[in-house]
Design a protein around this ligand. Structure first.
Ligand SMILES: Cc1cc2nc3c(=O)[nH]c(=O)nc-3n(C[C@H](O)[C@H](O)[C@H](O)COP(=O)(O)OP(=O)(O)OC[C@H]3O[C@@H](n4cnc5c(N)ncnc54)[C@H](O)[C@@H]3O)c2cc1C
Ligand code: FES
Length: 313
């Protein structure tokens, strides 16, 4: 019988200001086998050592900042709002990284109401996000005059960050729809910083608007707008794959990621697939369990912190 593939796990926070975290304190560190109570170091991490970080910190964990912020709301389309947040400079600087997101909630709501929202654009201390009103938590975010609390920065809004960071001087393709476009903006920024040409195919999806088209064009991305990724976007991708891109990014629901993966397989494309992260998230710290899945060997994987790759792939 075929064995289920095991996963290689990396922690998005390893070596950052937020390492060690509560998982290191509780013996569940994603990166470090020693902190998980094993006898040998088994990590292939070449950055700052999580074990030494934890020893030096003597149990002190640097929590993410929470701040009440000023917000300006603009309705872009029915149920679609742009929120411009004024953040502290230190937090804003961290949000230009691909996959960066914030947790937002209305001040009057309890912590269970945190909403993960991807960063679209950072200009100095002004940070722009776009929210589609989907249910109770997002409805509170767009209520006129309601005060918002922000927690962050978080970095794991994209699976495949290491791939994005190593791709240089090639072609990167972006296929994104709905609010998946928000993640596409920071992915395009990273690819352009690596000297890559970037081409994006965007569809409005249920957001009803290609709200990142102008921003991407201004960054230097060649943008193709279609009405549906399923009907037209995947055919466009098939054509573009003939130019042998270095990487393909899919920004949208899991059904889109599966569609893009299928096209890559059918075309025998060598380009790795990087995707937006769609887990349900509430704490962003690996603690609350909302986003947790388990590997074949029953290892706990909080998707808010773990970058993973199937060893069988
Ligand atoms: C990393 C990340 C970045 C995201 N970025 C954006 C963004 O830029 N703009 C945007 O509009 N939306 C974004 N989302 C989705 C957004 O967080 C959910 O739509 C929102 O939490 C729904 O809450 P609700 O109470 O309004 O709706 P509900 O009625 O509770 O749920 C509506 C849908 O949202 C999903 N959902 C509910 N709670 C969460 C949660 N805590 N985390 C993730 N999904 C949830 C549900 O599974 C359901 O599919 C992002 C999600 C993640 C994980
Ligand atoms: S969001 Fe709480 S464990 Fe991932």
């Amino acid at each position: 019988m075929e064995q289920a593939a095991e996963w290689s796990l990396f922690c998005v926070d390893a070596g950052s200001a937020y390492c060690p975290c509560y998982l290191a304190e509780s013996g569940e560190c994603i990166a470090c086998s020693l902190l998980r109570g094993e006898d040998f170091c088994q990590c292939s991490w070449s950055g700052t050592c999580s074990y030494l970080n934890q020893r030096w910190a003597r149990g002190a964990v640097k929590s993410r900042q929470e701040e009440e912020v000023e917000v300006t709301r603009t309705e872009l389309a029915p149920n679609l709002f742009c929120l411009e947040l004024m953040l502290q400079a230190e937090m804003a600087r961290e949000l230009v990284n691909p996959g960066a997101f914030l947790l937002l909630r209305a001040l009057e709501l309890p912590p269970q109401a945190w909403v993960p929202v991807s960063v679209v654009e950072v200009r100095g201390e002004k940070v722009r996000v776009v929210v589609y009103v989907d249910g109770p938590k997002t409805r509170f975010l767009v209520k006129p005059a309601s005060h918002l609390v922000v927690k962050g920065p978080f970095y794991n809004g994209v699976q495949g960050l290491a791939i994005l960071k190593r791709v240089r001087d090639g072609l990167g393709l972006i296929i994104a729809g709905g609010v998946g476009q928000s993640t596409a903006a920071s992915v395009a920024g990273q690819l352009l910083r690596g000297g890559n040409r970037v081409r994006a195919c965007l569809a409005p999806g249920r957001a009803g608007l290609n709200y990142t088209a102008d921003l991407l064009r201004a960054l230097g991305v060649e943008v193709n707008e279609v009405s549906s990724l399923r009907r037209e976007g995947l055919a466009t991708l098939s054509q573009w794959l003939k130019e042998e891109p270095e990487v393909v990014f899919s920004g949208g629901p899991d059904a889109l990621h599966r569609g893009v993966a299928r096209v890559l397989q059918e075309q025998g494309a060598a380009a790795p697939l990087v995707t937006s992260q769609n887990a349900v998230m509430c704490c962003g710290e690996g603690l609350c369990g909302s986003c947790v899945v388990f590997t074949a060997k029953r290892r706990r994987v909080p998707r808010c912190k773990a970058q993973y790759q199937s060893e069988g792939r």
